[in-house]
Design a binder for this molecule. Structure first.
Ligand code: SF4
Length: 377
């Protein structure tokens, strides 16, 4: 039997956050109608490509800003068109200040069993700098509402390394969160995309990022503190209580086939990668012709496959099995002592290696690019 993963992209947000480079547009009722019509059509057109879903993830944008009627139409269509495993992991991203009891009840009634809540910080100054539409109080109320509605697999997204943020405030955010009944925490370092409002603010010299030692201290504190509270780090940025690792993301990192539906969504099927246009209107136009809106498809060659396996596999705490003696020899050299652990063919980043992961990835990828043996796969 062929198991797989489905991602649905909902491109609406109530307001663009200052650091965000995902495809999202401001919500209004008129474009919600166009989106819904298009996505229901895309589901009809693509259902044959997935046989039995192991994970389903609705992300965005802000899925929870869709109206209750539209959410229900989407859930009905998913139920009618895709077969799912009995123990499917069915996640949806929600943002504080865009959900209420009624929406959460609807989500649960259609089998959503995992919520990913975009909290980002529990410091109001940091939230305002990021351009979030909610306060720390809204975020905690949303977590409590979700717990009260019976969700028992709740993930929280956090950002560290925010201009003006100090270690003390990061500690406060984590300390407040672990008092709640949550099972998974993602801690992402703020990354600056040059097309965002934050990049312009930084360029203007009005703000600066925290010093690197402070950001490293935040990451080290998160690892130590969360592990002491029962959350194991299973990927560079992800911590979970036992049994609550995100199966959808593990499938991505393990190159399991997945289909992405919705504007800008990416897919990987039969070694082919392709994606939908990152524009709701051109996405909708493609679908009018009765064909999936896929563009830029290409087959992943052996070099790229190896690069992805190393890059994605090394992100995970369990590491990756490699059969390329030259990579194992390279990473086994004294230069990588304390950064890499090798046992047989399994290669892992240590906690220290995770801090320097970007530099290590860059070097391994460069090696693969220039090594004739690696290029053969
Ligand atoms: S809510 Fe999420 S997707 Fe929307 S603008 Fe903010 S970060 Fe981007």
């Amino acid at each position: 039997m062929f198991f797989s993963s489905l991602y649905i992209h909902i491109p609406f947000c109530l307001k663009k956050c200052n650091y965000c480079s995902f495809y999202s547009i401001n919500w209004n009722q008129g474009i919600e109608g166009l989106y819904l019509k298009s996505i229901l059509k895309e589901i009809e057109l693509t259902k044959e490509f997935l046989h039995l879903l192991e994970t389903l993830y609705i992300g965005g944008g802000t899925p929870s800003c869709l109206s209750i009627e539209s959410l229900e139409k989407l859930f009905v269509s998913l139920r009618e068109n895709f077969k799912t495993k009995n123990d499917i992991e069915f996640s949806i991203e929600i943002n504080p200040a865009t959900v209420d009891k009624e929406k959460l009840k609807l989500m649960r009634s259609y089998g959503i069993n995992r919520l990913s809540i975009g909290v980002q910080s529990l410091n109001d100054r940091e939230l305002s700098f990021l351009g979030r539409i909610h306060s720390s109080d809204d975020a905690l109320k949303t977590v409590d509402l979700a717990v009260n509605e019976g969700f028992d697999n709740i993930s929280i997204d956090l950002i560290y390394g925010i201009p003006g943020q100090i270690l003390k405030s990061w500690k406060t955010t984590l300390n407040k969160l672990v008092t709640r009944d949550i099972q998974h925490i993602s801690c992402y370092e703020l990354s600056i995309d040059r097309h965002t409002k934050i990049a312009k603010e930084l360029d203007s010299g009005n703000f600066s990022l925290p010093p690197e030692e402070e950001t490293v201290a935040m990451y080290e504190f998160a690892t130590e503190f969360l592990e002491s509270r029962g959350f194991k780090k299973y990927e560079i940025s992800n911590f979970a209580q036992p049994g609550f690792q995100c199966r959808h993301n593990i499938n991505y990192w393990s190159a399991v086939p997945y289909l992405g539906i919705g504007p800008s969504a990416h897919s990987f099927i039969d070694r082919k990668r392709f994606h939908n246009p990152s524009n709701l209107f051109s996405y909708a136009e493609h679908l009018i012709d009765g064909k999936p809106a896929w563009i830029n498809d290409y087959t992943v060659d052996k070099t790229e496959e190896l690069k992805e396996r190393v890059f994605l596999g090394l992100r995970m705490k369990d590491g990756v099995i490699l059969t390329n003696p030259c990579i194992i020899e390279m990473l086994g050299s004294p230069e990588y002592k304390n950064l890499i652990s090798i046992s047989g063919n399994r290669v892992r980043l240590t906690d220290k290696g995770m801090i320097l992961s970007n530099e290590i990835f860059a070097r391994v990828l460069l090696h693969i690019e220039n090594c004739p043996a690696c290029k053969q796969g």
